[in-house]
Write a protein that binds this ligand. Structure first.
Ligand SMILES: Cc1cc2nc3c(=O)[nH]c(=O)nc-3n(C[C@H](O)[C@H](O)[C@H](O)COP(=O)(O)OP(=O)(O)OC[C@H]3O[C@@H](n4cnc5c(N)ncnc54)[C@H](O)[C@@H]3O)c2cc1C
Length: 477
Protein backbone atom coordinates (compact mmCIF):
# COMPACT_ATOMS: atom_id res chain seq x y z
CA UNK A 1 0.00 0.00 0.00
CA UNK A 2 1.35 3.42 -0.91
CA UNK A 3 1.42 6.34 1.43
CA UNK A 4 3.16 8.79 -0.85
CA UNK A 5 1.46 10.33 -3.81
CA UNK A 6 3.77 8.84 -6.40
CA UNK A 7 1.10 7.26 -8.58
CA UNK A 8 -0.22 8.59 -11.88
CA UNK A 9 -0.29 12.36 -12.21
CA UNK A 10 -4.00 12.35 -12.99
CA UNK A 11 -6.66 9.74 -12.36
CA UNK A 12 -9.94 9.19 -14.15
CA UNK A 13 -11.58 8.51 -10.77
CA UNK A 14 -10.37 9.26 -7.27
CA UNK A 15 -12.27 7.73 -4.37
CA UNK A 16 -11.98 9.32 -0.92
CA UNK A 17 -12.35 6.76 1.89
CA UNK A 18 -11.73 3.03 1.75
CA UNK A 19 -14.70 1.55 3.63
CA UNK A 20 -16.83 -1.06 1.85
CA UNK A 21 -18.56 1.62 -0.22
CA UNK A 22 -15.32 3.33 -1.32
CA UNK A 23 -13.68 0.00 -2.17
CA UNK A 24 -16.76 -1.04 -4.14
CA UNK A 25 -16.86 2.23 -6.10
CA UNK A 26 -13.12 1.98 -6.87
CA UNK A 27 -13.50 -1.57 -8.21
CA UNK A 28 -16.55 -0.79 -10.32
CA UNK A 29 -14.74 2.03 -12.12
CA UNK A 30 -11.47 0.08 -12.42
CA UNK A 31 -13.33 -2.87 -13.96
CA UNK A 32 -14.74 -0.42 -16.48
CA UNK A 33 -11.21 0.37 -17.63
CA UNK A 34 -10.78 3.63 -15.69
CA UNK A 35 -7.54 4.56 -13.96
CA UNK A 36 -8.57 4.69 -10.32
CA UNK A 37 -6.98 5.68 -7.01
CA UNK A 38 -8.38 5.35 -3.51
CA UNK A 39 -7.19 7.52 -0.62
CA UNK A 40 -7.70 6.67 3.05
CA UNK A 41 -6.91 8.76 6.14
CA UNK A 42 -6.22 5.66 8.28
CA UNK A 43 -3.01 3.61 8.18
CA UNK A 44 -4.83 0.75 6.42
CA UNK A 45 -7.87 0.18 4.23
CA UNK A 46 -11.36 -0.56 5.60
CA UNK A 47 -10.42 0.47 9.15
CA UNK A 48 -14.02 0.04 10.34
CA UNK A 49 -14.31 -3.63 9.56
CA UNK A 50 -10.80 -5.08 9.56
CA UNK A 51 -10.70 -5.74 13.34
CA UNK A 52 -7.56 -5.91 15.50
CA UNK A 53 -5.49 -8.38 17.52
CA UNK A 54 -4.81 -8.29 21.28
CA UNK A 55 -3.11 -11.00 23.34
CA UNK A 56 -3.08 -13.29 20.32
CA UNK A 57 -6.86 -13.04 19.82
CA UNK A 58 -8.64 -11.38 16.91
CA UNK A 59 -11.45 -8.93 17.67
CA UNK A 60 -14.16 -7.87 15.22
CA UNK A 61 -14.93 -4.17 14.94
CA UNK A 62 -17.60 -3.29 12.36
CA UNK A 63 -18.92 -6.51 10.90
CA UNK A 64 -20.66 -9.48 12.57
CA UNK A 65 -23.26 -10.78 10.12
CA UNK A 66 -25.34 -9.85 7.11
CA UNK A 67 -28.43 -10.87 5.17
CA UNK A 68 -28.54 -11.34 1.40
CA UNK A 69 -25.42 -13.49 1.24
CA UNK A 70 -26.87 -16.90 0.36
CA UNK A 71 -27.04 -18.35 -3.16
CA UNK A 72 -28.55 -15.69 -5.46
CA UNK A 73 -28.63 -13.17 -2.59
CA UNK A 74 -28.06 -9.54 -3.63
CA UNK A 75 -24.86 -9.37 -1.56
CA UNK A 76 -23.37 -12.39 -3.32
CA UNK A 77 -24.41 -11.04 -6.73
CA UNK A 78 -22.75 -7.68 -6.11
CA UNK A 79 -19.55 -9.22 -4.72
CA UNK A 80 -19.42 -11.57 -7.71
CA UNK A 81 -19.62 -8.61 -10.08
CA UNK A 82 -16.63 -7.15 -8.26
CA UNK A 83 -14.80 -10.45 -8.75
CA UNK A 84 -14.86 -11.22 -5.03
CA UNK A 85 -15.64 -14.56 -3.45
CA UNK A 86 -16.29 -14.64 0.29
CA UNK A 87 -16.66 -17.74 2.47
CA UNK A 88 -20.10 -16.92 3.93
CA UNK A 89 -21.51 -19.37 6.48
CA UNK A 90 -25.09 -19.59 7.64
CA UNK A 91 -25.71 -18.40 11.18
CA UNK A 92 -27.63 -20.57 13.60
CA UNK A 93 -31.12 -20.67 12.01
CA UNK A 94 -33.05 -21.06 15.27
CA UNK A 95 -31.22 -18.41 17.25
CA UNK A 96 -29.00 -16.03 15.30
CA UNK A 97 -29.93 -13.41 17.91
CA UNK A 98 -31.14 -13.67 21.47
CA UNK A 99 -33.13 -10.81 22.94
CA UNK A 100 -33.36 -10.39 26.69
CA UNK A 101 -36.26 -8.24 27.87
CA UNK A 102 -34.70 -7.13 31.13
CA UNK A 103 -37.70 -5.71 32.97
CA UNK A 104 -39.70 -8.89 32.26
CA UNK A 105 -36.86 -11.30 32.84
CA UNK A 106 -37.68 -12.90 29.48
CA UNK A 107 -35.28 -14.25 26.87
CA UNK A 108 -36.27 -14.91 23.27
CA UNK A 109 -34.11 -16.63 20.65
CA UNK A 110 -34.86 -15.21 17.22
CA UNK A 111 -34.92 -17.57 14.23
CA UNK A 112 -34.76 -16.60 10.58
CA UNK A 113 -37.15 -17.78 7.82
CA UNK A 114 -40.41 -15.88 7.89
CA UNK A 115 -42.59 -18.84 8.81
CA UNK A 116 -40.37 -19.90 11.71
CA UNK A 117 -40.28 -16.35 13.01
CA UNK A 118 -44.05 -16.05 12.71
CA UNK A 119 -44.58 -19.33 14.58
CA UNK A 120 -42.12 -18.42 17.31
CA UNK A 121 -43.69 -15.01 17.91
CA UNK A 122 -47.21 -16.45 17.81
CA UNK A 123 -46.24 -19.04 20.46
CA UNK A 124 -44.96 -16.27 22.71
CA UNK A 125 -47.75 -13.78 21.99
CA UNK A 126 -50.82 -15.88 21.09
CA UNK A 127 -53.22 -12.92 21.36
CA UNK A 128 -51.26 -11.09 18.66
CA UNK A 129 -51.13 -14.08 16.25
CA UNK A 130 -53.10 -12.44 13.41
CA UNK A 131 -51.31 -9.12 13.84
CA UNK A 132 -47.91 -10.82 13.71
CA UNK A 133 -48.78 -12.35 10.35
CA UNK A 134 -50.01 -8.98 9.04
CA UNK A 135 -46.88 -7.21 10.28
CA UNK A 136 -44.47 -9.70 8.71
CA UNK A 137 -46.46 -9.54 5.46
CA UNK A 138 -46.18 -5.75 5.59
CA UNK A 139 -42.38 -6.01 5.82
CA UNK A 140 -42.36 -8.45 2.90
CA UNK A 141 -44.59 -6.16 0.81
CA UNK A 142 -42.54 -3.08 1.63
CA UNK A 143 -39.42 -4.94 0.49
CA UNK A 144 -41.10 -5.59 -2.86
CA UNK A 145 -41.38 -1.81 -3.36
CA UNK A 146 -37.64 -1.30 -2.75
CA UNK A 147 -36.34 -2.59 -6.06
CA UNK A 148 -32.63 -2.57 -5.24
CA UNK A 149 -33.25 -5.16 -2.51
CA UNK A 150 -34.15 -7.87 -4.96
CA UNK A 151 -33.48 -6.72 -8.56
CA UNK A 152 -30.12 -6.72 -10.32
CA UNK A 153 -28.87 -3.14 -10.31
CA UNK A 154 -28.35 -3.28 -14.08
CA UNK A 155 -32.10 -3.81 -14.53
CA UNK A 156 -33.16 -0.82 -12.43
CA UNK A 157 -35.02 2.06 -14.06
CA UNK A 158 -34.30 5.71 -13.27
CA UNK A 159 -37.21 5.92 -10.83
CA UNK A 160 -36.23 2.70 -9.13
CA UNK A 161 -32.69 4.00 -8.74
CA UNK A 162 -33.45 7.19 -6.92
CA UNK A 163 -36.95 6.84 -5.51
CA UNK A 164 -37.17 5.17 -2.18
CA UNK A 165 -40.66 3.98 -1.30
CA UNK A 166 -41.39 5.71 2.01
CA UNK A 167 -44.90 6.46 3.28
CA UNK A 168 -43.60 8.80 6.00
CA UNK A 169 -44.31 6.40 8.86
CA UNK A 170 -41.79 5.56 11.54
CA UNK A 171 -41.18 2.06 12.85
CA UNK A 172 -42.87 3.09 16.10
CA UNK A 173 -45.97 4.32 14.20
CA UNK A 174 -46.29 0.95 12.47
CA UNK A 175 -45.68 -1.09 15.64
CA UNK A 176 -48.29 0.95 17.50
CA UNK A 177 -50.78 0.46 14.67
CA UNK A 178 -50.20 -3.29 14.53
CA UNK A 179 -49.83 -4.41 18.15
CA UNK A 180 -51.02 -3.76 21.70
CA UNK A 181 -48.41 -5.88 23.52
CA UNK A 182 -45.43 -3.67 24.44
CA UNK A 183 -43.08 -6.64 24.96
CA UNK A 184 -43.68 -7.69 21.38
CA UNK A 185 -43.12 -4.13 20.15
CA UNK A 186 -39.83 -3.95 22.08
CA UNK A 187 -38.76 -7.28 20.64
CA UNK A 188 -39.47 -6.28 17.06
CA UNK A 189 -37.92 -2.84 17.50
CA UNK A 190 -34.64 -4.22 18.84
CA UNK A 191 -33.12 -4.43 15.33
CA UNK A 192 -32.62 -0.67 15.45
CA UNK A 193 -29.24 -1.62 16.94
CA UNK A 194 -28.31 -2.63 13.37
CA UNK A 195 -28.68 0.88 11.97
CA UNK A 196 -28.80 3.21 14.99
CA UNK A 197 -31.87 5.35 14.24
CA UNK A 198 -34.38 4.83 17.07
CA UNK A 199 -37.85 3.36 16.34
CA UNK A 200 -39.51 6.73 17.03
CA UNK A 201 -37.49 8.31 14.18
CA UNK A 202 -36.50 5.65 11.68
CA UNK A 203 -38.50 5.45 8.49
CA UNK A 204 -40.34 2.12 8.35
CA UNK A 205 -38.99 1.67 4.81
CA UNK A 206 -35.38 1.99 6.01
CA UNK A 207 -36.15 -0.49 8.79
CA UNK A 208 -37.48 -2.89 6.12
CA UNK A 209 -34.32 -2.37 4.04
CA UNK A 210 -32.27 -3.62 6.98
CA UNK A 211 -34.47 -6.41 8.31
CA UNK A 212 -36.57 -7.76 5.44
CA UNK A 213 -33.77 -9.87 3.98
CA UNK A 214 -32.91 -11.10 7.47
CA UNK A 215 -36.27 -12.86 7.47
CA UNK A 216 -34.79 -15.17 4.80
CA UNK A 217 -31.34 -15.94 6.18
CA UNK A 218 -28.40 -14.44 8.09
CA UNK A 219 -24.75 -15.04 7.23
CA UNK A 220 -21.39 -14.61 8.89
CA UNK A 221 -18.00 -14.73 7.18
CA UNK A 222 -15.49 -17.46 7.92
CA UNK A 223 -12.50 -15.42 9.03
CA UNK A 224 -14.67 -12.38 9.91
CA UNK A 225 -14.31 -8.84 8.60
CA UNK A 226 -10.60 -9.21 7.81
CA UNK A 227 -11.39 -12.00 5.28
CA UNK A 228 -13.64 -9.49 3.51
CA UNK A 229 -10.92 -6.84 3.57
CA UNK A 230 -8.28 -9.26 2.21
CA UNK A 231 -10.60 -10.22 -0.64
CA UNK A 232 -11.17 -6.53 -1.53
CA UNK A 233 -7.46 -5.85 -1.24
CA UNK A 234 -6.65 -8.65 -3.68
CA UNK A 235 -9.31 -7.39 -6.11
CA UNK A 236 -7.85 -3.84 -5.96
CA UNK A 237 -4.42 -5.25 -6.81
CA UNK A 238 -5.75 -7.32 -9.72
CA UNK A 239 -7.58 -4.31 -11.12
CA UNK A 240 -4.58 -1.97 -10.76
CA UNK A 241 -6.23 0.44 -8.34
CA UNK A 242 -3.64 2.66 -6.64
CA UNK A 243 -4.18 2.76 -2.87
CA UNK A 244 -2.83 5.56 -0.68
CA UNK A 245 -3.17 5.25 3.09
CA UNK A 246 -2.45 7.88 5.80
CA UNK A 247 -3.84 10.37 3.26
CA UNK A 248 -6.48 12.64 4.73
CA UNK A 249 -8.30 14.70 2.09
CA UNK A 250 -9.04 18.22 3.30
CA UNK A 251 -10.19 20.08 0.18
CA UNK A 252 -11.64 19.43 -3.25
CA UNK A 253 -10.97 22.12 -5.87
CA UNK A 254 -12.56 22.30 -9.31
CA UNK A 255 -11.26 23.90 -12.48
CA UNK A 256 -13.57 23.13 -15.39
CA UNK A 257 -13.80 19.37 -15.60
CA UNK A 258 -10.64 18.80 -13.60
CA UNK A 259 -10.75 18.24 -9.82
CA UNK A 260 -7.81 18.60 -7.46
CA UNK A 261 -7.88 16.81 -4.12
CA UNK A 262 -5.72 18.49 -1.47
CA UNK A 263 -4.41 16.52 1.50
CA UNK A 264 -3.55 17.37 5.09
CA UNK A 265 0.14 16.70 4.36
CA UNK A 266 0.15 19.29 1.56
CA UNK A 267 0.05 16.78 -1.32
CA UNK A 268 -2.38 17.23 -4.24
CA UNK A 269 -3.87 14.76 -6.71
CA UNK A 270 -5.85 15.42 -9.87
CA UNK A 271 -8.83 13.53 -11.27
CA UNK A 272 -11.82 13.87 -13.58
CA UNK A 273 -14.35 12.23 -11.21
CA UNK A 274 -14.18 12.41 -7.44
CA UNK A 275 -16.27 10.00 -5.34
CA UNK A 276 -16.48 10.75 -1.62
CA UNK A 277 -17.45 7.90 0.71
CA UNK A 278 -16.76 9.87 3.89
CA UNK A 279 -19.38 11.08 6.38
CA UNK A 280 -21.46 13.73 4.49
CA UNK A 281 -20.70 16.42 7.10
CA UNK A 282 -16.97 15.84 6.57
CA UNK A 283 -17.58 15.93 2.81
CA UNK A 284 -19.22 19.35 3.09
CA UNK A 285 -16.14 20.68 4.93
CA UNK A 286 -13.88 19.74 2.01
CA UNK A 287 -16.27 20.29 -0.91
CA UNK A 288 -15.94 23.28 -3.25
CA UNK A 289 -18.45 26.10 -3.12
CA UNK A 290 -21.61 25.35 -5.09
CA UNK A 291 -21.62 21.63 -4.43
CA UNK A 292 -24.98 22.14 -2.69
CA UNK A 293 -27.35 25.09 -2.44
CA UNK A 294 -26.85 26.89 0.90
CA UNK A 295 -30.08 25.57 2.43
CA UNK A 296 -29.35 21.99 1.32
CA UNK A 297 -25.87 22.18 2.87
CA UNK A 298 -27.39 23.48 6.11
CA UNK A 299 -29.94 20.65 6.14
CA UNK A 300 -27.13 18.10 5.85
CA UNK A 301 -25.08 19.81 8.58
CA UNK A 302 -28.14 19.65 10.87
CA UNK A 303 -28.92 15.95 10.39
CA UNK A 304 -28.96 14.16 13.72
CA UNK A 305 -26.24 11.58 14.31
CA UNK A 306 -26.80 7.94 15.28
CA UNK A 307 -25.52 7.03 18.77
CA UNK A 308 -21.81 6.47 19.20
CA UNK A 309 -20.44 3.09 20.27
CA UNK A 310 -18.57 2.54 23.49
CA UNK A 311 -17.15 -0.97 23.18
CA UNK A 312 -15.46 -3.27 25.70
CA UNK A 313 -13.44 -6.05 24.07
CA UNK A 314 -12.79 -9.24 26.02
CA UNK A 315 -11.97 -12.91 25.89
CA UNK A 316 -14.50 -15.41 27.16
CA UNK A 317 -12.80 -17.95 29.40
CA UNK A 318 -15.53 -20.56 29.17
CA UNK A 319 -15.63 -24.09 27.79
CA UNK A 320 -19.12 -23.33 26.42
CA UNK A 321 -19.19 -21.86 22.90
CA UNK A 322 -21.97 -19.31 22.42
CA UNK A 323 -23.61 -20.03 19.11
CA UNK A 324 -25.85 -17.00 18.76
CA UNK A 325 -24.07 -14.03 17.26
CA UNK A 326 -25.62 -11.38 19.47
CA UNK A 327 -27.46 -11.14 22.74
CA UNK A 328 -29.35 -7.84 22.81
CA UNK A 329 -30.64 -6.25 26.00
CA UNK A 330 -33.88 -4.28 25.87
CA UNK A 331 -36.52 -2.92 28.22
CA UNK A 332 -40.21 -2.92 27.32
CA UNK A 333 -40.44 0.84 27.16
CA UNK A 334 -37.30 1.22 25.00
CA UNK A 335 -39.05 1.18 21.67
CA UNK A 336 -40.84 4.44 22.48
CA UNK A 337 -38.24 6.11 24.69
CA UNK A 338 -35.91 8.98 23.82
CA UNK A 339 -32.49 7.69 22.85
CA UNK A 340 -30.47 8.90 25.81
CA UNK A 341 -31.85 8.50 29.32
CA UNK A 342 -28.59 9.53 31.00
CA UNK A 343 -27.93 5.92 32.00
CA UNK A 344 -25.27 3.99 30.05
CA UNK A 345 -26.50 0.44 29.43
CA UNK A 346 -25.02 -2.43 27.45
CA UNK A 347 -27.06 -2.67 24.21
CA UNK A 348 -25.69 -6.02 23.11
CA UNK A 349 -22.84 -8.50 23.34
CA UNK A 350 -21.43 -10.06 20.21
CA UNK A 351 -19.66 -13.42 20.15
CA UNK A 352 -17.20 -13.98 17.34
CA UNK A 353 -15.97 -17.30 16.01
CA UNK A 354 -12.40 -16.98 17.23
CA UNK A 355 -10.87 -19.48 19.60
CA UNK A 356 -10.57 -18.52 22.42
CA UNK A 357 -13.89 -16.80 21.90
CA UNK A 358 -13.60 -13.06 21.59
CA UNK A 359 -16.53 -10.89 22.58
CA UNK A 360 -17.48 -7.25 22.43
CA UNK A 361 -19.89 -5.61 24.83
CA UNK A 362 -21.43 -2.61 23.12
CA UNK A 363 -23.17 0.38 24.70
CA UNK A 364 -24.63 3.45 22.99
CA UNK A 365 -23.51 6.88 24.13
CA UNK A 366 -23.99 10.40 22.78
CA UNK A 367 -21.74 11.11 19.77
CA UNK A 368 -20.61 14.22 21.53
CA UNK A 369 -17.18 15.37 20.50
CA UNK A 370 -16.78 17.70 23.46
CA UNK A 371 -17.23 14.73 25.72
CA UNK A 372 -15.07 12.30 23.79
CA UNK A 373 -12.16 14.43 22.60
CA UNK A 374 -8.91 12.68 23.60
CA UNK A 375 -7.29 16.04 24.24
CA UNK A 376 -9.80 17.04 26.90
CA UNK A 377 -8.37 16.67 30.42
CA UNK A 378 -11.52 14.78 31.53
CA UNK A 379 -11.31 12.25 28.68
CA UNK A 380 -9.37 9.44 30.41
CA UNK A 381 -11.41 9.69 33.59
CA UNK A 382 -14.67 9.68 31.63
CA UNK A 383 -13.50 6.66 29.61
CA UNK A 384 -12.63 4.61 32.71
CA UNK A 385 -15.79 5.66 34.55
CA UNK A 386 -18.03 4.69 31.61
CA UNK A 387 -16.21 1.36 31.16
CA UNK A 388 -16.77 0.55 34.84
CA UNK A 389 -20.44 1.49 34.62
CA UNK A 390 -20.95 -0.82 31.64
CA UNK A 391 -19.01 -3.70 33.23
CA UNK A 392 -21.01 -3.39 36.47
CA UNK A 393 -24.34 -3.30 34.66
CA UNK A 394 -23.35 -6.17 32.40
CA UNK A 395 -22.40 -8.21 35.47
CA UNK A 396 -25.91 -7.64 36.81
CA UNK A 397 -27.87 -8.45 33.65
CA UNK A 398 -25.76 -11.36 32.36
CA UNK A 399 -23.70 -12.63 35.32
CA UNK A 400 -23.17 -16.09 33.80
CA UNK A 401 -21.27 -14.48 30.88
CA UNK A 402 -19.79 -11.41 32.56
CA UNK A 403 -18.02 -13.46 35.25
CA UNK A 404 -16.05 -15.28 32.54
CA UNK A 405 -14.91 -12.29 30.52
CA UNK A 406 -11.31 -11.12 30.71
CA UNK A 407 -11.48 -7.55 29.36
CA UNK A 408 -8.59 -6.56 27.04
CA UNK A 409 -9.38 -3.21 25.47
CA UNK A 410 -11.85 -0.34 25.13
CA UNK A 411 -13.02 1.66 22.12
CA UNK A 412 -14.61 5.04 22.85
CA UNK A 413 -16.26 7.32 20.29
CA UNK A 414 -12.84 9.01 20.03
CA UNK A 415 -11.34 5.70 18.87
CA UNK A 416 -13.92 5.54 16.07
CA UNK A 417 -13.21 9.18 15.21
CA UNK A 418 -9.52 8.37 14.89
CA UNK A 419 -10.08 5.36 12.63
CA UNK A 420 -13.09 6.43 10.54
CA UNK A 421 -13.30 10.18 11.05
CA UNK A 422 -16.75 10.32 12.71
CA UNK A 423 -17.98 9.85 16.26
CA UNK A 424 -21.40 8.38 15.60
CA UNK A 425 -21.60 4.58 15.21
CA UNK A 426 -23.50 4.45 11.91
CA UNK A 427 -23.04 8.06 10.76
CA UNK A 428 -26.19 10.09 10.16
CA UNK A 429 -29.68 9.01 11.20
CA UNK A 430 -32.13 7.81 8.56
CA UNK A 431 -35.20 9.54 9.96
CA UNK A 432 -38.61 9.28 8.31
CA UNK A 433 -38.89 13.06 7.92
CA UNK A 434 -35.14 13.43 7.39
CA UNK A 435 -32.93 14.65 4.58
CA UNK A 436 -31.96 12.28 1.77
CA UNK A 437 -28.26 12.34 1.01
CA UNK A 438 -28.14 11.84 -2.75
CA UNK A 439 -25.24 10.36 -4.73
CA UNK A 440 -25.17 13.33 -7.14
CA UNK A 441 -24.18 16.89 -6.27
CA UNK A 442 -24.64 20.22 -8.06
CA UNK A 443 -21.11 19.98 -9.46
CA UNK A 444 -20.71 17.46 -12.30
CA UNK A 445 -17.98 14.95 -11.52
CA UNK A 446 -18.35 15.10 -7.72
CA UNK A 447 -20.34 12.26 -6.18
CA UNK A 448 -21.21 10.68 -2.86
CA UNK A 449 -21.53 7.09 -1.76
CA UNK A 450 -21.58 5.23 1.56
CA UNK A 451 -23.85 4.30 4.44
CA UNK A 452 -25.45 7.78 4.49
CA UNK A 453 -26.87 7.33 0.99
CA UNK A 454 -28.85 4.10 1.37
CA UNK A 455 -28.53 2.45 4.80
CA UNK A 456 -25.72 1.36 7.12
CA UNK A 457 -24.39 -2.19 6.81
CA UNK A 458 -22.40 -4.23 4.35
CA UNK A 459 -25.34 -4.41 1.94
CA UNK A 460 -26.18 -0.70 2.31
CA UNK A 461 -22.55 0.24 1.55
CA UNK A 462 -22.34 -2.11 -1.46
CA UNK A 463 -25.71 -0.99 -2.86
CA UNK A 464 -24.84 2.72 -2.52
CA UNK A 465 -21.84 2.34 -4.82
CA UNK A 466 -23.65 0.14 -7.33
CA UNK A 467 -26.41 2.76 -7.52
CA UNK A 468 -23.88 5.54 -7.97
CA UNK A 469 -22.08 3.62 -10.71
CA UNK A 470 -25.34 2.97 -12.52
CA UNK A 471 -26.33 6.65 -12.31
CA UNK A 472 -22.98 7.79 -13.72
CA UNK A 473 -23.10 5.12 -16.43
CA UNK A 474 -26.57 6.30 -17.42
CA UNK A 475 -26.13 10.08 -17.12
CA UNK A 476 -22.41 10.28 -17.86
CA UNK A 477 -22.09 13.25 -15.49
C1 LIG B 1 -19.61 -1.70 16.00
C2 LIG B 1 -20.21 -1.87 14.63
C3 LIG B 1 -20.74 -3.10 14.28
C4 LIG B 1 -21.30 -3.28 13.02
N1 LIG B 1 -21.78 -4.51 12.66
C5 LIG B 1 -22.26 -4.72 11.41
C6 LIG B 1 -22.71 -6.01 11.00
O1 LIG B 1 -22.69 -6.96 11.76
N2 LIG B 1 -23.17 -6.16 9.74
C7 LIG B 1 -23.21 -5.13 8.85
O2 LIG B 1 -23.63 -5.35 7.70
N3 LIG B 1 -22.80 -3.88 9.21
C8 LIG B 1 -22.32 -3.66 10.46
N4 LIG B 1 -21.90 -2.42 10.83
C9 LIG B 1 -22.06 -1.29 9.89
C10 LIG B 1 -21.03 -1.32 8.78
O3 LIG B 1 -19.76 -1.62 9.30
C11 LIG B 1 -20.98 0.06 8.11
O4 LIG B 1 -22.28 0.52 7.81
C12 LIG B 1 -20.19 0.04 6.80
O5 LIG B 1 -18.96 -0.62 6.96
C13 LIG B 1 -19.95 1.49 6.36
O6 LIG B 1 -19.17 1.51 5.19
P1 LIG B 1 -18.89 2.88 4.46
O7 LIG B 1 -17.98 2.61 3.34
O8 LIG B 1 -20.16 3.58 4.16
O9 LIG B 1 -18.19 3.81 5.57
P2 LIG B 1 -16.79 3.70 6.32
O10 LIG B 1 -16.36 2.30 6.52
O11 LIG B 1 -16.89 4.57 7.51
O12 LIG B 1 -15.77 4.34 5.26
C14 LIG B 1 -15.44 5.70 5.20
C15 LIG B 1 -13.92 5.76 5.12
O13 LIG B 1 -13.53 7.10 4.81
C16 LIG B 1 -12.34 7.38 5.51
N5 LIG B 1 -12.23 8.83 5.61
C17 LIG B 1 -13.01 9.66 6.35
N6 LIG B 1 -12.64 10.94 6.15
C18 LIG B 1 -11.60 10.91 5.26
C19 LIG B 1 -10.80 11.91 4.66
N7 LIG B 1 -11.00 13.23 4.91
N8 LIG B 1 -9.80 11.52 3.80
C20 LIG B 1 -9.60 10.20 3.52
N9 LIG B 1 -10.33 9.22 4.09
C21 LIG B 1 -11.34 9.57 4.92
C22 LIG B 1 -12.56 6.70 6.86
O14 LIG B 1 -11.35 6.51 7.55
C23 LIG B 1 -13.25 5.41 6.44
O15 LIG B 1 -12.33 4.37 6.23
C24 LIG B 1 -21.33 -2.20 12.09
C25 LIG B 1 -20.78 -0.97 12.44
C26 LIG B 1 -20.23 -0.79 13.69
C27 LIG B 1 -19.63 0.54 14.03
Amino acid sequence: MKNKVNGKSKYDVLVIGSGISGLTAALLFAKDGKKVAIVEQSPHIAPLICGFDRRGVHFETGFHYSAGCGKDGIGIKMLKELGIEIPFELCEDESYDEIRILDKNKSVKIPFEKLKLEQKLAELFPKEKENIKKYLDLIENTKKKISFLYKDVKDLSHDELLNFSDNGKTLQNVLDECFTDNDLKALLAHSYILYGTPPSKVSFAVHCCCVSLMMDSVWKIRGGGRALVSAFSEALRKNNVDVFTNKKAVKIETDGNEKTICFEDGARMKCDFCVSSVHPKEFIKMAPEGVYRANAAKRIKDIEETPAFFVLYGILRDSKKYKCSNIAFVNTADYARPLYSGEVLPAYINFSDTDPQSVCVVAFVKPDKIYWDRNMPEYEEKKQKTAKEIKDKFAKIAPEIASKIEYCDIATPATFKKYVNYYSGYGIMHASDGVNVLPVTKIPGIFLTGQAVVTPGLLGALISSFLLYKIIERDGR
